[in-house]
Design a protein around this ligand. Structure first.
Ligand SMILES: C[S@@+](CC[C@H](N)C(=O)[O-])C[C@H]1O[C@@H](n2cnc3c(N)ncnc32)[C@H](O)[C@@H]1O
Length: 178
């Protein structure tokens, strides 16, 4: 009897953690919408990591972009930050089962991630958080010369160094230098 109640409490708490971890990100940065597979190649071209450089994806979803970058640039370090627990678990399983050994998947609120050693940030976020809380974080923490690659949405208050949109139907990719 006591055992059954304890089990029910555990199931309730775990379900609650799962739900909060999925709903919270929708109000923070954006809910989960993955980067299109067809854009991975041009993202890697734009990111163009040098050996030893660090790439960080803020709100990594299931890690589609981070794992692609980790494979393309095996001599670089890739950090993938994700708050939604189910997505983090998928990413962690991929990491543990050796899809790449230069990637680290972290369950974390991206606003708690130190960006001072990052060379390239990748982000797919809604315009409002991108141009307010995130821009402030980038301005405060990024070292000079670091780049921010923003998929589909732009920071209105910062001039991009590059806007990549090969064809009309393609999503724009904005590159900023801080
Ligand atoms: C639009 S999706 C992009 C997913 C992935 N970057 C991609 O391009 O395929 C945004 C992701 O950010 C995550 N997210 C939102 N707010 C977050 C926060 N404060 N900390 C960490 N991750 C967050 C969401 O759970 C979601 O997976």
């Amino acid at each position: 009897m006591v055992g059954a109640i304890i089990l029910e409490i555990i199931v309730f708490v775990v379900t609650l953690i799962f739900l909060v971890s999925i709903i919270w990100p929708c109000f923070s940065l954006a809910g989960w919408v993955p980067t299109l597979k067809k854009d991975l190649k041009r993202i890697a071209k734009i990111v163009d990591l040098k050996p030893g450089q660090t790439f960080c994806e803020l709100g990594a979803g299931n890690g589609r972009v981070s794992f692609y970058i980790a494979k393309k640039f095996p001599k670089s370090k890739v950090i993938a930050i994700e708050l939604a627990l189910p997505l983090f678990i998928i990413g962690k399983i991929k990491e543990v089962f050796g899809f790449s050994n230069n990637i680290s998947f972290k369950w974390r609120n991206l606003f708690q991630q130190d960006l001072s050693k990052v060379d390239v940030i990748y982000i797919f976020a809604l315009p409002k958080p991108l141009d307010t809380k995130l821009r402030e974080k980038f301005e405060k923490e990024l070292k000079p010369g670091s780049r921010v690659v923003s998929y589909a949405f732009k920071m209105k208050s910062v001039e991009p160094k590059l806007v990549h949109k090969p064809q009309n139907q393609d999503k724009s990719i904005y590159v900023y230098e801080f």
